[in-house]
Design a binder for this molecule. Structure first.
Ligand code: FPP
Length: 234
């Protein structure tokens, strides 16, 4: 099977899934958070090394304050339930996004999860919270400009040099990006990192995205002919 080292997922459809069950949108987010654990374990067992999940975007602040407040409290619930299991499995937690703009209590829980797992060498479970790709690239450009002004970086770096300023600097490029729930958009996610990723859009909502659906995605990925702009080998 073609190797998928880095899988990124846009976890969409929690709200619609909950509504279809006659439940509030927040019920979908709770089931969605539990599914993060299920899919992280499945991904690890399938040999994926980096799993990068879009939990809350820079645009998601536009939602009702009740919904935003609920999502901000989810990391505490999630790590209380599952952190020990993640540590036992050797998972390393990385949180990507502008964390200092999150509520202080959320920021603290996320920092603790990163700190507790920082020496682990298993699956990198990357959760994007208050993440937006355009914001990430803008911050990187500003950080680079500052380094140039301070004489810490030369003028005229290449792509590899610029990548060092991105939040994903420690990770390889994304091999496969999956979006659940049938929407055909990228929604400001990992725009730099998906330059040569394969894209898959599945009809299942995030709560319905089971390990079997993940296997189906990886099987489809392994059928793709990745040429990275080159010519097909015959
Ligand atoms: C998209 O569905 C989902 C979100 C914006 C939130 C995703 C959050 C989680 C899955 C839980 C996060 C987990 C942790 C550990 C913090 P939607 O609400 O846009 O669904 P809709 O398109 O049906 O409205």
């Amino acid at each position: 099977m073609k190797e998928c080292r880095h899988l990124a997922i846009i976890m969409d459809g929690n709200g619609r899934w909950a509504k279809a069950q006659g439940k509030p949108r927040t019920a979908g987010h709770l089931v969605g958070a539990d599914n993060v654990r299920t899919i992280a374990i499945a991904a690890d067992e399938l040999g994926i090394e980096y799993l990068t999940l879009y939990a809350f975007s820079t645009e998601n602040w536009k939602r009702s304050s009740d919904e935003v407040g609920y999502i901000m409290k989810l990391p505490a619930v999630f790590f209380k339930k599952y952190m020990q299991e993640f540590l036992d499995r050797g998972f390393r937690m990385n949180i990507l996004g502008e964390l200092d703009r999150l509520p202080a209590s959320t920021h603290k829980v996320l920092d603790e999860a990163m700190e507790e797992s920082r020496n682990n060498t298993g699956l990198n479970l990357n959760i994007c919270m208050n993440y937006g790709s355009q914001r990430e690239i803008t911050l990187a450009a500003n950080a680079y400009a500052k380094d140039v002004l301070e004489g810490k970086a030369p003028l005229g770096i290449d792509e590899a040099g610029f990548e060092k300023y991105l939040m994903t600097k420690d990770f390889p490029p994304v091999d496969l990006l999956v979006r659940t729930s049938g929407e055909l958009r990228i929604s400001n996610y990992l725009l730099w990192q998906i330059a040569y990723a394969e894209l898959e859009f599945v009809p299942e909502s995030w709560p319905e995205f089971t390990p079997d659906v993940l296997k189906r995605c990886l099987a489809e990925f392994s059928e793709r002919d990745r040429r990275f702009g080159g010519v097909k080998n015959v």
